[in-house]
Write a protein that binds this ligand. Structure first.
Ligand code: ZN
Length: 278
């Protein structure tokens, strides 16, 4: 499919869409005024719905194949209007089999980012990617699996906890490197341990965003906060700092919740930052 992959030096980033989330703005962005949407995204203002992709990315780096986030999973989230995910089929269409994957990088432990990590068979969690190491942010893991939190994120009892108990997971801290080209970079706020995936190869830079932003309008106005942010103020600081970094590096960007395939750049035009889709 044209436009579904992007190169950063020797690294290929492939967009693999899992599902789609028609997100009512009063749920997803409750603090954002209609006038703000009218300025930056008239379609959202007109409908009251932000059309969010549930997107994942496969990364072919020298010596390793990586999946970044695993979507909503096979059941979808009917209560949110999110249909069943199709990540394994999308990977197959890209020529990637589950056993090809060396590492699964999870930007944060929300339900729409871990859905295909594992499946239950006779009460046992079986990893979707049989050879892969699964990377979870240590701060997210400790926060969401604490005794007083886990029932609010019960899906983690299948999608994260057993993988840690089976010795298949790594709990990463800020600025963790994988191979020669990939770095997990702390961008907290949306969740306590949220990370962005940085890629550097040759003289090119690429970033896979996770939920630093859910909609391109947040490039022009980083003050647009998502209702799902654990700490909206910290999330905004992470977003502003990242936009500055992306602009100064001239980086290519892959954003999982943006319109597919989610590839673009953050450009500075006449003093304003804008999302420029590739
Ligand atoms: Zn998300």
């Amino acid at each position: 499919m044209a436009g579904s992959s992007m190169r950063v030096g020797d690294v290929e980033i492939i967009a693999v869409q899992d599902s789609h989330f028609p997100c009512p703005t009063n749920v997803g962005f409750p603090s954002v005024a209609k006038e703000t949407w009218e300025q930056l995204a008239p379609d959202v203002a007109a409908t009251g719905v932000a059309q969010l992709t549930i997107g994942c990315f496969a990364v072919r780096a020298p010596g390793m194949t990586v999946v970044v986030d695993t979507g909503i999973g096979p059941a979808g989230a009917p209560g949110f209007g999110i249909g069943p995910g199709r990540l394994p089929d999308a990977l197959k269409e890209a020529g990637i089999a589950p056993e090809d994957v060396d590492a699964v990088l999870i930007t944060h432990l929300h339900i729409d980012h871990v859905g295909w990590n594992a499946r239950l068979e006779n009460g046992v969690a079986i990893p979707t990617f049989p050879r892969a190491r699964y990377y979870f942010g240590r701060r997210d893991y400790e926060f969401f699996t604490a005794a007083d939190q886990i029932e609010g994120s019960a899906f983690l009892k299948v999608q994260a906890v057993p993988l840690v108990e089976q010795g298949r997971a790594e709990l990463y801290d800020a600025e963790t490197r994988l191979g020669g080209t990939i770095t997990l970079i702390a961008t907290p706020g949306h969740t306590p341990g949220h990370a962005t995936v940085g890629i550097a190869s040759g003289d090119e830079h690429g970033f896979i965003l996770g939920d630093v932003a859910h909609h391109p309008a947040q490039v022009g106005n980083p003050g647009i906060r998502a209702g799902f942010d654990a700490d909206g103020e910290e999330a905004q600081r992470s977003r502003e700092a990242l936009w500055e970094r992306l602009t100064s590096l001239g980086a290519k960007v892959a954003a999982g919740h943006f319109p597919p395939p989610g590839f673009g750049r953050v450009v500075l035009t006449e003093g304003r930052r804008l999302w420029q889709a590739l």
